[in-house]
Structure formats: C-alpha cells, structure tokens
Design a protein around this ligand. Structure first.
Ligand code: ZN
Length: 158
C-alpha cells in the first residue's frame, strides 16, 4: 500500500511540473503549433522527424519550424515557401490561389477594397482551399494577410 502511494506521488509530481511554452531554439520567439503533415509537405529533402512542431514567425530568424522537444529544426533554406510573416512585402500571401501581398496592397492603394481578399474569403467559405498542405503555417491565410496589411500600413505612415 505504501509503495502504491509512493508511486502515485511520483506520478503526480511529474504531471504537475510546469512546462514552459515552446519557444524557437534560435530566436526564443514563441511558436505557433503546426502539424507534422504541414511541415512534411513544405520541407524539401528528407522527411523531418515525425513529432509535434511549431512555426517561428520572427522575420529575422533563420528557423522556420522546430519540434516541441527542440530535437528537430528546419531552416529557411529547407522550406519550399516562407510564412508571410517571415517573407515581408514581397512574400506570397495566399498559397492556395497564388496571390502576393504586393498585389493586395496595390488594390488598396488605388483606393479600392481588395477584390483578392474578397475572393479568398469566398473560396474559403466554399471550402475550396487546401491551407493545411499549401500554407507554411498550415492555417487559412486571411488572418496573416490582415496582420501583414496592418503592419504595412503602420510602417507606411511612419
Ligand atoms: Zn526563430
């Protein structure tokens, strides 16, 4: 009985240990989780170690994907596409329908609503996209586009 209690105690200690949030081993940026399938689809060369991954979106960091346990890292030179947050203004914004951020900015500069963004929204609603295998973040691009546009506007005004 005593032994069983000891085991239970040991087990609980293990479980209640606070794990720090996974950060990029290079830039210490907090990562966003991304599936191994997405990492596998976007990585060139041999398959990355099959485990849980995060994406580093720090624009200045060379690491694109890193595993939660820190054992596996994928650098810029080994990915087919960079996440928009890392690619900057010239970057690909929508990976399913092939739009660049500059195309969207051009439309907005001409004082129009972005028809590109509207077309992506419609296609997403109709589930015609394949973000999990096309987008380096594995997510719908609209959130990242919104962020990038806000960033572009804030730097332009400065
Ligand atoms: Zn990083």
């Amino acid at each position: 009985m005593e032994q069983a209690n000891e085991l239970a105690a040991a087990c609980c200690v293990e479980k209640t240990q606070v794990r720090s949030p996974p950060v990029c081993p290079n830039s210490a940026t907090r990562g966003r989780s991304v599936s191994w399938e997405t990492v596998a689809a976007l990585t060139s060369g041999p398959l990355p170690l099959k485990t849980a991954y995060l994406v580093c979106e720090d624009p200045d960091c060379d690491v694109v994907y890193f595993s939660v346990d820190g054992r596996s890292v994928v650098n810029r030179s080994n990915v087919r596409h960079l996440p928009l947050a890392k690619a900057g203004l010239q970057g690909q914004a929508c990976f399913c329908f092939d739009h660049r951020l500059t195309d969207i900015l051009d439309e907005i500069d001409r004082g129009r609503q972005s028809r590109i963004v509207e077309s992506i929204r419609t296609a997403t609603r109709e589930k015609k996209c394949a973000c999990s295998v096309r987008n380096p973040t594995g997510r719908c691009c609209l959130g990242d586009i919104k962020k990038a546009l806000a960033h572009a506007n804030s730097t332009k005004g400065a």
